[in-house]
Design a protein around this ligand. Structure first.
Ligand code: ADP
Ligand code: ZN
Length: 624
């Protein structure tokens, strides 16, 4: 393992392992199978890239998408890891030159699609080369319980018996038990090391807001995060197109991404985003898995996602470099109606039930007024004590109003109508609407009929939703009536109060504060986040421009050259010598050789004061 640590420093420029990396790499070095569920940004690729360098022979990485493969290869190469891929987009000449490089030992890491492993010529080539490790990326694609099932991943089921002597390491960011069991069973892993990481993404600040005029809300969010790349998720193609156009119209470089566009359009728009040529991509759920972009600074949802799993994975695309990022969800009652409509049209009873459970879990997250992390992590069977300090609830941004009286009115109507009716009928009773059903059942003669004419219908529907997510009202199934729970009775009989969450539209002027928060970053190493000072920001911008120019020159995404974290560390430490540069997070020998001079030159020019922003003394060294 000393070799591993040495390699980690010299090749990757990292000072230590992230949680579980050492354990996983150790097991692979001992020829053991591995199942590892680590969150996005947890550093899964290093877990097989490092062994690929340390072990004799070839490491084969199975990856689901061609686009993803190319970026992974590029990322590895930038560190000086000899990597290549074979897939259907390459012509025969290229493939045969890759084969040649593998057999001569020049390539140590080969990315391939699952289908490729079934191709005879490829199989015999593998036999000839000898495979030292199989790494299965995005392993949840093998499970129908995952959110991205891909039938071709089933082809991997025979890998274990086809290559009895070769360890298999499976990696995923989806960690429900069900998916884990599916992966281990289908791949036939032999007494694997099982690792489940910490799914708490501490760098992400979670916020939920009431949806009013969502286009304007998104626009002002994007304006608050000027120059920071981010993703807007919308639930329909039409909403995506409209939102992208709306942003473009107001001077924000945005493009759309959804299944209705041609492959070419989709590819182009994705590339523009990945390469930092546009700030925003507006997308349906079709977007995401194919991108490794580590410097996504925020993810906005313009509509309520259908499941917490989807929400977690989508927001997880922000902040992969470990730098603070923002997740903001806008939702309103119309979203719930939309999802319910969709659920009612699902074919099988089982699907409908699953979707209903997922919706309820999602609403509990969005409405409960509890620390967002508690709800999110419960999904992964992970406990969280709350009070995270990095969500709107913990930050005290969520206002509450005493709604005890209104809660009592609603629950009393539930009880007096026999706990058999849904929200709409209860609202009819409380607001005194004389519907045909109310009249037929005689509910207009109840004392609670029309008790309140102050609040509109929408208020009562929201309140009932809040009472449900707070566990005061319950519904057994989507079609069954509301009942009052024991906790609900405490409020009904005035033993406890009910404080409802309310979110008034956010006042503008929070701009400076939230932009500052978004630009927090750690020092050279994995330390405490600290905001950049204005002069450091100015240098950071300069370094970002340089990175973009270098990336354009090579036709690669900027983040594969250096991550945001590395640029931030440079902006703070301001190394002016090669030695100092090598001490910066994320800079190993190869990158220092390739880009060192260009970055040093920019830094030196900046600190010499050719730049108005430079007002600090030069700090040469690691600055910590
Ligand atoms: P995942 O595939 O798990 O989403 P990646 O492999 O893309 O995560 O890694 C996310 C980021 O973390 C990358 O920028 C990577 O270079 C960085 N990283 C990985 N391991 C370490 C480490 N030990 N120390 C610091 N940074 C690391
Ligand atoms: Zn919290």
């Amino acid at each position: 393992m000393n070799d591993a640590l040495e390699r980690l420093r010299t090749t990757f420029g990292f000072s230590g392992f992230r949680p579980h990396q050492k354990e996983i790499i150790g097991a692979i070095m001992d020829d053991r199978d591995v199942f590892a569920a680590l969150p996005t940004g947890g550093g899964k690729s290093l877990c097989y890239q490092l062994p690929a360098l340390l072990r004799d022979g070839l490491t084969v990485v199975v990856s689901p998408l061609i686009a993803l493969m190319h970026d992974q290869v590029e990322g590895a190469r930038q560190y000086g890891v000899p990597a290549a891929c074979v897939n259907s987009s390459l012509d025969a000449r290229t493939v045969s030159s890759v084969y040649h490089d593998v057999s001569s030992g020049r390539i140590r890491l080969l990315y391939a699609s699952p289908e490729r492993l079934k191709v005879d010529s490829f199989r015999s080539a593998l036999r000839e080369w000898g495979v030292s490790l199989f790494a299965i990326d995005e392993a949840h694609c093998i499970s129908e319980w995952g959110h991205e099932f891909r039938p071709d991943y089933r082809l991997l089921a025979t890998l274990r018996s086809d290559y009895p002597g070769t360890p298999i390491a499976a990696f995923t960011a989806t960690a429900t038990r069900r998916v884990q069991d599916d992966i281990v069973k289908t791949l036939g892993l032999r007494a694997p090391l099982i690792v489940r990481g910490d799914f708490d993404r501490r760098e992400i600040f979670y916020r939920v807001e009431r949806k009013e005029k969502v286009a304007d809300q998104i626009l002002s969010f994007v304006r608050e995060h000027r120059d920071q790349p981010g993703i807007v998720y919308r639930s329909t193609r039409k909403a995506v197109d409209q939102c992208a156009a709306y942003l473009n119209h107001r001077g924000i470089a945005a493009a759309a991404y959804h299944a209705g566009l041609s492959d070419v359009e989709r590819g182009t728009n994705q590339d523009l985003f990945v390469r930092d040529e546009i700030q925003v991509i507006v997308a349906t759920i079709a977007f995401g898995m194919g991108i490794d972009k580590s410097n996504v600074r925020w993810v906005v949802h313009g509509d309520l996602p259908r499941s917490l799993e989807a929400y977690y994975q989508e927001t997880g695309r922000a902040g992969r470099d470990g730098v603070t990022a923002q997740a903001c969800l806008f939702y309103g009652p119309q979203d719930i109606a939309g999802i319910r409509y969709h659920i009612d049209r699902l074919q099988s009873e089982q699907e409908r039930e699953r979707a209903t459970t997922q919706l309820r879990e999602m609403l509990r997250f969005a409405d409960s007024g509890q620390c967002r992390r508690v709800g999110l992590l419960a999904h992964f069977d992970q406990q969280h004590g709350g009070n995270c300090g990095a969500c709107d609830v913990c930050a005290g941004d969520v206002e509450r109003t005493d709604r005890t009286t209104e809660a009592q009115m609603a629950m009393s109507a539930v009880v007096r109508t026999g706990q058999r009716f849904g929200a709409h009928h209860i609202v009819d009773v409380v607001t005194g609407s004389l519907t045909e059903r109310v009249e037929r059942l005689g509910h207009n003669r109840l004392p609670t009929f029309g008790v309140s004419s102050v609040h509109p219908r929408g208020f009562w529907l929201d309140l009932i939703g809040d009472l449900e997510s707070a566990g005061l009202l319950r519904r057994e199934g989507p079609k069954s009536g509301l009942t009052v729970t024991p906790a609900g009775k405490l409020v009904l009989f005035a033993k406890e109060r009910f404080m409802a969450v309310d979110r008034p539209p956010r006042v503008d002027g929070g701009r400076a504060a939230s932009a500052g928060a978004a630009r927090r970053a750690s020092t050279g190493d994995e330390g405490d986040p600290m905001p950049l000072r204005p002069s450091q920001e100015a240098l950071f911008e300069r370094l970002r421009e340089l990175r973009r120019d270098l990336a354009r020159g090579q036709g690669v995404p900027p983040y594969v050259i250096f991550s945001d974290r590395t640029l931030i560390a440079m902006a703070r430490i301001r190394p002016t010598t090669r030695m100092a540069l090598l001490r910066v997070h994320g800079i190993g020998d190869v990158k220092a050789e390739r880009y060192g001079d260009a970055f040093l030159e920019t830094i030196v020019r900046f600190v010499r004061g050719d730049d108005p922003g430079a007002d600090d003394a030069v700090v040469d060294g690691d600055g910590s």
